[in-house]
Structures are given as C-alpha cells and as structure tokens.
Design a protein around this ligand. Structure first.
Ligand code: 4NP
Length: 177
C-alpha cells in the first residue's frame, strides 16, 4: 500500500489494476470541484498519466446541472493559464461511489451528503501538504479573492494527489505483472 505523507490518508488501490478513477465533489459543481477537476486533470496529463487516470467532478445539489463554471472560478483559472471552458455541471448520485476509486469531497457537508467517510471517500484537503484535514471553503458567497485562495489550495493538493495516485496505480500494475 502507498506510504503516504504522515497525516494524509492512504489512497485506496484501484478496482481495476493499472487504472484509476478520481471524482471531485462539492455542493453546486460550479466553483470548487470544477476548479479541482481542471487543475488535477492538467497535472495528470503533465505527469503522463492521462491514459490511466480519469478525473471527473459533480455536485451533491442539482441546481446548476448542465451549466458552465461560475464566471469567477473560470476567471481565476484563466488567470493562471487553465482552460475552464469545457466544464458542465453534473449531479452526484450513489453510482459515483461505485464508478470511482477515490471520491474527494471539499467540505464536511459534502462528506455527509455522499454518505460519509470511507476508505474511498475522503476530504480533498486530507492530502493538502500544508496542513491536512481542512476543508476547501465555499467561495460562492464571497469575493474574487476566495476563488484565488481555492485555486492555491487546489494546485498544491492536486500535486500530492497525483503523486499518491501514481504510486497506487504503478503498484497495482506491478502486482499484476
Ligand atoms: P460549489 O459552490 O459547491 O463550490 O460549486 C457553490 C455553488 C453554488 C451554490 C453554492 C455553493 N448555490 O447556492 O447555488
């Protein structure tokens, strides 16, 4: 099993060896989890893992299904060179727990809404190298700086997630060989 950093939970082994599916979940799927989706997807691609690692996001509420990202989230991403344009909000349902190896949620309410913590359901910021176990605060009702803060958290935490997923995916592929 992955020797994760102290304080970070273990990344569960993939259901299918050599492949890994990560779901990012927040409330509306227009701010936090889509930002994490775009950032983690790019980091996965840069790590050369696009063929093995799948990233998706959804919201526990269905209010915004089919809509693009909140313009403030999109602007924060664009300012750092990311492309937010392809996102369309999706609604989380129980099937997501079966279809993904790891479900990373943004806060305690999300955790409760998806049915609670488990080996495969963790807080995204459990993997934050700057102090684990926090939440990604909801920037929806605040100003632009909240979105920049979310992006900073998401970038550093995604790097740790990619490293742990790589470890877990490679290990499962090695065990299979
Ligand atoms: P998210 O933020 O969960 O990070 O996408 C929110 C988006 C929409 C609402 C609340 C939070 N809303 O109340 O519509």
């Amino acid at each position: 099993m992955t020797p994760d950093r102290p304080g970070a939970p273990t990344i569960p082994a993939p259901r299918v060896p050599g492949r890994y599916a990560v779901a990012l979940v927040c409330l509306g799927n227009i701010c936090r989890s889509p930002m994490a989706d775009v950032v983690l997807s790019r980091q996965v691609e840069e790590a050369g893992l696009a063929a093995q690692v799948r990233v998706a996001s959804s919201g526990t509420a269905d209010w915004h299904v089919g809509k693009p990202m909140d313009p403030r989230a999109a602007a924060a991403l664009r300012a750092q060179g990311y492309d937010p344009s392809t996102h369309r909000a999706r609604h989380f349902d129980a099937g997501w727990l079966e279809e993904h190896d790891l479900v990373l949620v943004m806060d305690e309410q999300n955790l409760a809404d998806v049915g609670g913590r488990s080996e495969r359901v963790q807080l995204f910021r459990d993997h934050d190298p700057v102090g684990t176990g926090g939440v990604v605060p909801d920037p929806y009702y605040g100003g632009d700086e909240g979105f920049e803060e979310v992006l900073t958290m998401v970038e550093r935490t995604s790097a740790a997630v990619v490293a742990a997923v790589l470890d877990s995916t490679e290990q499962s592929a090695t065990e299979r060989a």
